[in-house]
Ligand binder design. Structure first.
Ligand code: ZN
Length: 415
């Protein structure tokens, strides 16, 4: 990849490489189902190190609170009025071993397959972005663990931005806030965030993949539970009396449109996804998740479910059917559509670096979507990593620097 001069400067003038290596070596794996917060106390070990580093870099109001959230502030050095926060998460996923990460540095990557322990191979055929990183410093694990670029690349990019701003007081900056969060990977990343301490007009998470990915849309997520209550009776004496809930639950599931399923949709297409069926002949509970980018589509999905319920009921009036819909999270675009200047800063920053943003809708949720509904509008920016949550995870150091460069350009362009 051709390299913008700002990226070269970040690589030369900051400790971006050493800090990324140090962060991934720190075990911060989240523990699904844990009763504590953070889900694993070891996440605070990285938190403490980040606090020390932020203090060394001259940030103010640096603290880690009892829940493991790290906050810091860099005051404006000019008359700019905006307050911008940059957020990344400290934990790594539990999908794959995360302890004892032994990062491998492939300097001046030559475009060939990378062979790691346990027969793990990262090849340009499986991971085509590798071809775009020939000549770069590609970093992988040794094949026995994940790497943790998700999201330690984001932390390294933000920290290096702070270091760079320190070395370049001539860059006129608004007030900057930094926040590092625990437990994103188990969906609890903003459960205990203190929005007053973040204290910004808007924020960016640096938790996306390859350059120049940007996300300002995510799924609207709802759940639906439908309970089929039949009539149970001794099967030997059941004629004209028994109502077997299993038969009607099966009919109901069969009526859900098969083309509107996760396995047959992509991009902005909505789906209804049955995730659990439980019960017996007397009572069956069917649980589903509903996903779409437009709220109108969620209403259509609810109608599909209600129509199917009506049809089943018409067939067997003695059957009792109850249903419940619940909202899980919403598309951050509902908030951001009226505040697109927040995205425009990212677009301008990437264009200033001579590139075009790759806007991708997220078929899932992000911490940024929850933050956006907590009065902190928050799109997501790439942090550089590829093939997250696996032994094949990799990142080019130059792409972490690129993420850092985007934040610096946002800061330069902010008003
Ligand atoms: Zn992440």
């Amino acid at each position: 990849m051709k390299r913008h001069e700002l990226v070269t400067k970040i690589l030369n003038e900051t400790a971006i490489k050493d800090r990324f290596i140090a962060y991934v070596k720190e075990d911060t794996q989240a523990v699904p189902g844990s009763e504590t917060f953070p889900s694993s106390p070891k996440q605070k070990n990285l938190g403490k190190k980040l606090v020390d580093e932020l203090e060394r870099l001259g940030m103010q109001n640096v603290e880690m609170d009892e829940n493991g959230y790290v906050y810091a502030k860099l005051p404006s050095n000019c008359g700019k009025k905006t307050r911008i926060a940059f957020i990344a998460h400290m934990d790594v996923a539990a999908d794959c071993a995360g302890e004892g990460v032994n990062p491998q540095i492939h300097e001046n990557y030559d475009g060939s397959a990378i062979n790691l322990k346990n027969g793990i191979v990262i090849s340009p055929e499986d991971s085509p972005h590798l071809k775009e990183c020939i000549g770069d410093t590609v970093i992988t694990s040794d094949g026995t663990t994940l790497l943790g670029a998700d999201d330690k690349a984001g932390i390294a990019a933000i920290m290096s931005m702070v270091e760079y701003l320190n070395k370049h007081p001539e860059i006129q900056r608004p007030e900057i806030r930094v926040c590092f969060t625990p437990d994103e990977e188990i969906g609890r990343g903003v459960d205990f965030i203190n929005i007053e301490k973040v204290d910004a007009d808007f924020a960016y998470t640096l938790d996306g993949g390859f350059p120049y990915e940007v996300n300002y849309e995510n799924f609207n997520a709802f759940s639906a539970v439908v309970k089929f209550k039949g009539i149970s009776i001794h099967p030997g004496y059941a004629k004209d009396k028994m109502v077997n809930a299993i038969r009607y639950a099966g009919k109901f599931i069969d009526m859900l449109p098969k083309d509107m399923s996760p396995e047959r949709t992509e991009s902005r297409e909505p789906f209804i996804h049955p995730i659990n069926v439980s019960g017996g002949s007397e009572e069956v509970t069917v649980s589903m998740i509903l996903r779409s980018f437009k709220l109108e589509d969620i209403e259509d999905e609810k109608k599909i479910i209600l129509d199917a319920i009506e049809k089943v009921k018409a067939e067997e009036p003695k059957l009792n059917i109850e249903h419940e819909f619940k909202q899980s999270y919403l598309n951050m675009y509902e908030v951001l559509k009226d505040k697109m200047h927040i995205y425009k800063y990212v677009e301008k920053a990437i264009k200033d670096l001579g590139e075009e943003p790759n806007v991708v809708p997220i078929r899932g949720g992000t911490d940024g979507s929850r933050l956006s509904f907590m009065d902190l509008p928050c799109p997501n920016i790439f942090a550089g990593g590829v093939d997250f949550h696996s032994q094949k995870e990799w990142v080019a150091l130059e792409n972490i620097a690129l993420a850092s460069a985007v934040t610096i350009k946002i800061i330069e362009n902010a008003e």
